[in-house]
Design a binder for this molecule. Structure first.
Ligand SMILES: [Zn+2]
Length: 98
């Protein structure tokens, strides 16, 4: 089995929280945001800049081990808008580090 690499730094996490300005899934701004792996760790996901988004406690608890796109569809959230924004933000945060 390949070694699992979790390389999200605290600075990257803060940058992600700032860039999203709220829950990545539902947009709620209240409360403390949690790290959610879009691809759950149980399915091979990792805590990396491309896989982690800030979410509210409600979304994090609801999504749990689900794969993100199927879960968003079931919740009637805008999956396409989310995925486009996620790529933009992850790239922007990654680019800052160079
Ligand atoms: Zn949410």
């Amino acid at each position: 089995m390949a070694k699992v690499v979790h390389d999200l730094t605290d600075a990257q996490w803060s940058a992600l929280v700032d860039a999203w300005g709220g829950c990545a899934y539902c947009g709620v701004k209240a409360g403390r945001l949690q790290k959610d792996c879009m691809l759950p760790v149980s399915r091979g996901g990792r805590y990396t800049i491309m896989n982690v988004v800030p979410t509210c406690g409600t979304c994090n608890a609801s999504k749990w081990n689900a794969e993100v796109t199927g879960w968003m569809r079931r919740r009637k959230l805008d999956e396409r808008a989310f995925l486009m924004r996620q790529v933009e933000i992850a790239k922007a945060v990654a680019a800052r580090e160079r």
